[in-house]
Design a protein around this ligand. Structure first.
Ligand code: GYE
Length: 320
C-alpha cells in the first residue's frame, strides 16, 4: 500500500516537473507573455498593440494583454497579476518614467524576467529589467528642432513656438521636449511662448491649442509631441480662421497614416518618424531571454523623417 502511494506521488511529481518545464519555454514548450499596454490614446498606440498581438501569434507566444488606460496604478495591478499567474516573461510600456522599483523588484524576486518596450523607466537598478526596446526620443526631439532651425535659417525675426507635450512624466514627453530645446536654444530668436500637455490625444490637443490661440495672437510654429495632438490642433487652428501649415507651421512626431495624410495635404510641415512596429523584435528578445541567452541592454528602433514631398511618395505604402 505504502509503496503504491509513493509511486503515485512520484508519478505526480514527475508530471508536475514536466508541465513546469513546458511552461518555462526552456524545454521547447510555448512561452506565456504578460503584456501591460499604456492605453489606446493614439494612432501610434493602436498600431503598436496590433504589432504586439500579431507578432505574438506568429511567434507562437501566448499573450496575456491588458490596457491600462494611461494609468500607472492599472499597470502595476496588471504586472502583479502576471506575477501571480507565473507567466514566463513580462513586457510593458511604462506610462510614466518613475515609480516602478517596487513592482519590478517583485517580478525579479519571483524570477520572472521583464522587458521594457517603447518607453523607459528611471530606475537606478538596471538589473530590474533585461532590456529596453524602443525609440531614442531625445533624438526625435532633436530632429524636430533641426528642421525648425533650417526652416528659419534666413530669418532674423523672433519665432514664436507653442508646444503640445505628451503625457506628463512619460519618457517621450520628457525626452522630446529636452531634445528639441537642446537644438533650438542655440539661437535666441526661437521662443517657446506656451507649453502644455495634451496627453497624446487628439481631443486634448484640440482643447489646449484653442486655449493657446486665445491667449497668443502671434503663433508662428506648433511643435506637437505626436501626430494625434497635432491633428486635434489643426481643427483648432482652422476653427480660429487660420491656415495650418501656412499661418502656423506644424512639426509633429510619429508618422501614423492620418499624420502622413495631413503632411501630404500641406497641413503639417514636417514629421519625425517613431515606429510602433516593435512586436517582432519584442518576441525575438522574449524568446532569447526565456532561454537564458544574453540580449543587448538597449535595442534602438531605426527611424527617419518626412517632408511634405516625401510623405506624398510613401503614403500609400505606409503600414500604420
Ligand atoms: O509617440 C504617442 C503615443 O510612447 C512613443 O505614445 C510612444 C508615444 C507615441 O501615445 O503617439
Amino acid at each position: 500500500m505504502l509503496k503504491r502511494i509513493s509511486a503515485l506521488v512520484l508519478a505526480g511529481l514527475t508530471a508536475m516537473t514536466v508541465t513546469s518545464c513546458g511552461g518555462s519555454g526552456g524545454g521547447g514548450g510555448s512561452i506565456t507573455m504578460g503584456f501591460s499596454q499604456v492605453g489606446a490614446e493614439s494612432g501610434w498606440r493602436t498600431a503598436n498593440t496590433k504589432s504586439v498581438q500579431d507578432s505574438a501569434k506568429n511567434a507562437g507566444i501566448t499573450l496575456k494583454f491588458s490596457d491600462a488606460q494611461q494609468k500607472q496604478e492599472n499597470q502595476i495591478k496588471a504586472i502583479r497579476s502576471y506575477i501571480q499567474q507565473k507567466v514566463d516573461i513580462i513586457a510593458f510600456s511604462p506610462v510614466v518614467e518613475s515609480g516602478w522599483d517596487t513592482v519590478l523588484k517583485e517580478a525579479k524576486d519571483a524570477k520572472i524576467p521583464v522587458i521594457l518596450t517603447d518607453r523607459a523607466v528611471d530606475s537606478k537598478d538596471t538589473s530590474l529589467y533585461k532590456t529596453f526596446l524602443g525609440s531614442d526620443f531625445v533624438e526625435e526631439g532633436k530632429k524636430a528642432g533641426q528642421w525648425l532651425v533650417n526652416e528659419y535659417k534666413d530669418s532674423k525675426d523672433p519665432v514664436n513656438i507653442v508646444e503640445l507635450q505628451g503625457t506628463t512624466g512619460s519618457a517621450p514627453a520628457n525626452d522630446r521636449k529636452s531634445g528639441f530645446q537642446d537644438v533650438i536654444k542655440a539661437d535666441p530668436k526661437f521662443k517657446i511662448i506656451a507649453s502644455q500637455t495634451g496627453d497624446f490625444t487628439r481631443a486634448k490637443g484640440k482643447e489646449v491649442m484653442e486655449a493657446f490661440l486665445k491667449s497668443n495672437p502671434d503663433i508662428d510654429v506648433l511643435y506637437a509631441h505626436n501626430d494625434d495632438m497635432g491633428l486635434g490642433a489643426i481643427e483648432a487652428i482652422e476653427g480660429a480662421g487660420k491656415v495650418p501649415g501656412k499661418d502656423i507651421k506644424i512639426v509633429t512626431v510619429d508618422a501614423v497614416k492620418d499624420g502622413m495624410q495631413a503632411l501630404s495635404d500641406g497641413k503639417i510641415n514636417f514629421i519625425v518618424e517613431c515606429s510602433p512596429l516593435l512586436g517582432p523584435q519584442l518576441m525575438d528578445l522574449a524568446k532569447k531571454v526565456v532561454k537564458g541567452e544574453q540580449v543587448p541592454a538597449r535595442v534602438v528602433t531605426q527611424e527617419t523623417t518626412f517632408t511634405q514631398e516625401q510623405a506624398k511618395q510613401v503614403l500609400s505604402s505606409r503600414q500604420y
